[in-house]
Design a protein around this ligand. Structure first.
Ligand code: T5A
Length: 206
């Protein structure tokens, strides 16, 4: 039987997810694993079009929170059917930049939608699939936003105020506390090398 694992990586903007994923890929390849990197929103051509729509700061009208939630799950349904499930069945180690935890953090804690709606959509779209490991890169939002703003133009979410990301961060930390077997929390304010040491130690165990 294929023995791939499903790893997700979470955190607020600028926490270092994209940077960490490159390190994770190199480490897993050095261990002889078949690795596939993907992201949400996005991951397939259709889901990437949805990503454009939800992240673009230039939408012609304000996107309603409920529409935003449904777009996240529309992209996720496509991503699961066309990429995630086939890749896991083929024995890949799949590393995904954000997954359902991001929806709870951003659409529930950030936007104020009730968790019951996300739970309902999660059951409908994701079923019983859960990541084998979720790496939470935890960082003070002021630091994260400063990092991501240095890097280039802001998307629709990055235009939110620090208070929004405080709520997102707290939601992530609460979820990690509730599911200690799935989550590993990494202090993302540490130097890049120290973050990578932490990542390697966690992956070695997995
Ligand atoms: N979203 C997503 C929802 O609302 N609901 C959902 O269900 C989902 C799936 C997606 C947006 O969509 C929202 C959440 C998001 O707002 P995204 O593409 O995931 O956005 O992008 P961001 O989180 O905005 O990605 P960033 O690129 O801003 O953040 P990263 O990837 O965490 O950070 P990274 O690696 O690019 O690093 C940022 C900078 O910091 C430096 C890097 O070199 C880079 O310059 N850096 C460090 N500097 C010092 N020390 C370290 N340890 C460092 N690590 C990285």
């Amino acid at each position: 039987m294929p023995s791939g694992k499903f790893i997700t990586i979470e955190g607020i903007e600028g926490a270092g997810k994209s940077t960490a994923i490159k390190y994770i890929e190199a480490y897993l390849l050095s261990q002889g694993k078949k690795v596939l990197l993907t992201r949400e929103p996005g991951g397939t051509p259709v889901a990437e079009e949805i990503r454009q729509l939800v992240l673009s700061p230039n939408t012609k009208e304000v996107i309603d929170s409920k529409a935003e939630l449904l777009l996240m799950f529309a992209g996720r349904a496509q991503h699961l059917a066309r990429l995630i499930l086939p890749a896991l069945s083929a024995g890949n180690w799949l590393v995904c930049d954000r997954f359902v935890d991001a929806t709870y953090a951003y659409q529930c804690a950030g936007r104020g939608l009730a968790e019951k709606w996300v739970a309902l959509l999660e059951e409908f779209v994701v079923g019983s699939l859960r990541p084998d490991l979720t790496l939470l890169l935890d960082l003070d939002p002021a630091l994260g936003l400063a990092r991501s703003r240095r890097r280039g133009p802001q998307d629709r979410f990055e235009k939110e105020k620090v208070a929004f990301f405080e709520k997102v961060r707290q939601s992530y930390l609460e979820r990690a506390q509730r599911e200690p077997n799935r989550f590993c929390v990494i202090d993302a304010s540490q130097s890049l090398l120290t973050v990578q040491d932490d990542l390697r130690r966690i992956l070695e165990k997995l």
